[in-house]
Design a protein around this ligand. Structure first.
Ligand code: AMP
Ligand code: MG
Length: 350
């Protein structure tokens, strides 16, 4: 082989090397990201990305955090859905399903699937809590008027007059038709709606491929998966009546819901007594039973929401008994002396 032939072969070899190199580079630059996108199945997926946003719905600050995506439209869609749920479930918003039920003057009302599902769930918890959770407390809720009440204790007579219009048996659900027997009866879904909505938002986000994040609806916390690196979320539980950032303990969760009910969320103080928004369906007065908060750990946030309110009304002993009778649900009760009382399977932080 002449020197010139050798030279030509060398050049040809180099050319082949370059072709191989450029093919690999092409594969790396284009195909690998495409492949990882397909495997991830998430719109706008980017493992190191993180987006979050806050809004104001259901009279409270809401916050969304999504990891592994930079697709802001996912968050925008969640806020859109929150607006729709608010328009459907608010007691005070004219034209909402709940408003229509409460102004039906005893006539049957056709409601959406979401509203019917929520009322059916509320009925389940009314029965499970032996009447402690009762969405027909709305006449009392109207009289107490939290959080707008500047500190005026309602007249005993007005609460007594409302009492005869309260009681779940006044409400009938047949498919999507709701009837209130008593024209002066009404319902309030404030004790369960945020949990239900959080579940629906998580369903949507998981369906779009989101694998990590959380939905925080005013302290109703629903996690999605774990933090990046497979680290569980560490959720702070507020010290009752402390600053919003004052955490009494934390709980580690992956994908579960952490919901707390407490008087400190909506209350006023008069003559040394705390008047708050969690009401005893029997008396129409705030529940005073030595509890400062109840936190529920569960898969479904609607269950957690209904149970936190139920257990707060039931008190430590009966509430704990209810939790211990249920599978997959744990609770932390905090008493007025700031003692922490855990259910048997609660994952207590070290
Ligand atoms: P939560 O913060 O989830 O415990 O819900 C408290 C809210 O539920 C109140 O602000 C009322 O709107 C409503 N509520 C109050 N007392 C009860 C009760 N006994 N059963 C069901 N809902 C209630
Ligand atoms: Mg609740």
């Amino acid at each position: 082989m002449s020197r010139s032939e050798k030279y030509i072969k060398k050049i040809a070899g180099f050319g082949k090397f370059r072709r191989v190199f450029s093919c690999r580079r092409f594969f790396c630059m284009l195909l690998l990201p495409l492949l990882s996108l397909c495997l991830g199945g998430c719109r706008g997926q980017n493992p190191s990305a993180q987006i979050s946003d806050v809004g104001f719905y259901f009279d409270t600050v809401v916050e969304l955090r999504l990891n592994g995506t930079d697709d802001q439209s996912l968050i925008d869609e969640c806020f859109e859905k929150m607006g729709q749920y608010e328009a459907l479930l608010s007691r005070t918003r004219e034209g909402s399903d709940v408003w229509e039920i409460n102004h039906s003057a005893g006539e049957p009302v056709e409601v959406s699937d979401d509203t019917a599902e929520l009322i059916a769930l509320a009925q389940k918890y009314y029965e499970l809590s032996d009447g402690a959770f009762d969405i027909t407390v709305a006449p009392y809720v109207t009289i107490w008027d939290f959080p707008d009440n500047p500190g005026k204790v309602p007249a005993e007579a007005s609460i007594a007059a409302a009492r005869i219009h309260v009681g779940f048996p006044l409400l009938h659900l047949d498919g999507n038709t709701v009837t209130l027997d008593d024209p002066r009866a009404s319902i309030d879904l404030g004790g369960i709606a945020k949990g239900y909505i959080a579940d629906r938002l998580k369903e949507y986000l998981v369906g779009e491929g989101v694998e990590s994040g959380y939905i925080n609806l005013g302290g109703n916390m629903l996690t999605i998966g774990t933090k990046p690196g497979d680290i569980p979320w560490n959720i702070g539980i507020r010290r009752p009546f402390g600053e919003a950032s004052d955490v009494i303990t934390t709980v580690r969760v992956d994908g579960r819901s952490v919901v707390t009910s407490g008087p400190y969320e909506r209350y006023f103080e008069k003559d040394g007594k705390i008047y708050h928004h969690i009401l005893d369906p029997q008396s129409g007065y705030p529940v005073w039973n030595g509890l400062s908060s109840v936190t529920i750990l569960s898969d479904s946030s609607a269950d957690g929401d209904a149970l936190s309110t139920s257990c707060f009304v039931l008190g430590l002993d009966r509430g704990m008994e209810l939790i211990e009778s249920l599978d997959g649900v744990e609770a932390l009760f905090i008493t007025d002396d700031m003692e922490l009382h855990y259910s048997s399977g609660f994952p207590i932080s070290d």
